[in-house]
Every structure is written in structure tokens, then in C-alpha cells.
Design a protein. Structure first.
Length: 76
């Protein structure tokens, strides 16, 4: 897979509880922007925890990487 070495990792904040703003609002309306290692995403897709339709890519490079991961998952 050509995109595996290109993903960035950022430190995780130490806050353990959602902010009051998130707790008070309906969490189904909140969008969470995260980055995930391609290997972990492939595992979640393989195990049918996530599907491509659950995700929205923020750029074309990520969309191509997701498409490639889905194809790999289908082959196995």
C-alpha cells in the first residue's frame, strides 16, 4: 500500500472527559475530526466495525488511501 508511510500522528490531549459544551448538546450533531493509522482503519474495515460509508474524507489523498484500504479488505 503506497499511503501507509504518509499519515501523520498527533499527540492525544490528556483530557479524559468531554467538555461541558459536548455534554450539553446532542452528540449526534457533533462532528469529530480525527486521524487514524491506516493499519488500524484496515482492521476496523476488515472486522466490519466501520465501512467506507461511515467516513468522509477531508482531502483527495485521504480518499484515495481509503479506497485502497477498502480494496485490500475486500481481497481478504
Amino acid at each position: 500500500m503506497s499511503y501507509l508511510g504518509e499519515m501523520r500522528v498527533f499527540p492525544v490531549p490528556t483530557r479524559t472527559r468531554p467538555s461541558a459544551h459536548v455534554r450539553q448538546n446532542n452528540t449526534s450533531q457533533v462532528r469529530i475530526k480525527v486521524e487514524i493509522a491506516p493499519e488500524k482503519l484496515l482492521e476496523l474495515i476488515r472486522n466490519r466495525v466501520l465501512s467506507a460509508s461511515d467516513l468522509r474524507c477531508l482531502d483527495y489523498k485521504s480518499k484515495n488511501a481509503l479506497r485502497e484500504l477498502c480494496l485490500w479488505a475486500c481481497l481478504e
